[in-house]
Ligand binder design. Structure first.
Ligand code: NI
Ligand code: MN
Length: 227
């Protein structure tokens, strides 16, 4: 398995001969190293309906016949756009040929705005637990700190967690560092910071606050170590 970070909340996983993109916000993401025309995802996993997470999903999915796995109402909307979808809900897991996806709680919003300014109710926001080849990845999506993170870590020992640290819309560095004490992941990668002025953070400050997990501050395009 190869896991890499691509700025904001974009994570790429290569496993079981498939390429998976989580929250592929590429156009408008000033930090990413990816180009929409060059990406060929077999699968796209979405945490919630905000535009900085759905990003280029429709274009990518139509160009590559990708399967899009998303929270129920968001999946319903994407299906109307001609995308092949798999609907899921919080607490539910499904074993796909490429790995198992389970949706977790996330305390946030989830409204999608179309190009014409139409507002779509995208259902509940979530986090994603993805397990393949015996490796468990937790992508928290956008969320506040919450006590049930302890439950997530207990039920599913996490090899690598991707946690937002940007503050303002999500956890900031202090809350994210506390989240690490609840989740107990072996490795942690800070995400969702420095893309916009309002979420400017020093990821090394977050790294200094964490003592129970290996923190990897990754530049866009860098490969994560999950051992
Ligand atoms: Ni969001
Ligand atoms: Mn966001």
């Amino acid at each position: 398995m190869e896991i890499s970070y691509h700025g904001h909340s974009v994570v790429k996983i290569k496993t079981n001969g498939k390429e998976i993109l989580i929250d592929p916000f590429i156009r408008g993401n000033g930090l990413t190293d990816l180009k929409v025309e060059k990406e060929k995802p077999d699968v796209i996993l979405l945490t919630h309906g905000h535009n900085d997470h759905v990003g280029d999903t429709v274009e990518l999915a139509i160009a590559n016949n990708s399967l899009v796995v998303a929270p129920n109402e968001l999946a319903n909307y994407l299906a109307t756009q001609g995308v092949k979808v798999h609907n899921m809900g919080i607490g539910g897991a499904y074993e796909f040929p490429f790995g198992t996806v389970k949706y977790t709680l996330a305390f946030h919003g989830s409204v999608y705005e179309t190009e014409n300014g139409e507002v779509i109710n995208a259902g509940n926001p979530g986090g994603i637990l993805f397990t393949a080849e015996g490796v468990t990845i937790y992508h928290a999506g956008d969320t506040a700190l919450f006590g049930d993170m302890k439950l997530i870590g207990e039920r599913h020992p996490i090899d690598i967690a991707f946690l937002p640290i940007g503050d303002n819309f999500t956890m900031g560095p202090e809350d994210a560092a506390f989240a690490v004490t609840l989740l107990k992941p072996k490795n942690v990668v800070p995400i969702h910071y420095n893309t916009f002025p309002v979420i400017k953070q020093d990821p090394n400050h977050f790294a200094q606050l964490v003592s129970n997990s290996k923190v990897q501050v990754l530049a866009p395009g860098e490969i994560a170590n999950y051992n």
